[in-house]
Write a protein that binds this ligand. Structure first.
Ligand code: ZN
Ligand code: ZN
Length: 68
């Protein structure tokens, strides 16, 4: 039995560990799911934007709950 090391590839943009995608606002991406990078996850992008505006993560999560 062989243990094949699976490469992570983003299911949206196709980036991988060796070629992470770069965004001027967020820098290099990181993994939010096994096959989804931070630059392709709307929630992470929103969170990043609100953090840039000076809102705390806590405030952001609270505002998420308000919106139904
Ligand atoms: Zn991606
Ligand atoms: Zn990426």
């Amino acid at each position: 039995m062989k243990n094949i090391k699976q490469k992570r590839i983003c299911r949206v943009c196709g980036c991988s560990d060796e070629s992470a995608c770069f965004n001027e606002d967020m820098g290099f991406c990181w993994w939010v799911e096994d096959d989804l990078c931070s630059h392709c996850d709307p929630e992470t992008i929103q969170l990043q934007k609100s953090l840039d505006k000076g809102e705390s993560e806590e405030e952001f999560l609270r505002s998420l709950k308000k919106v139904s």
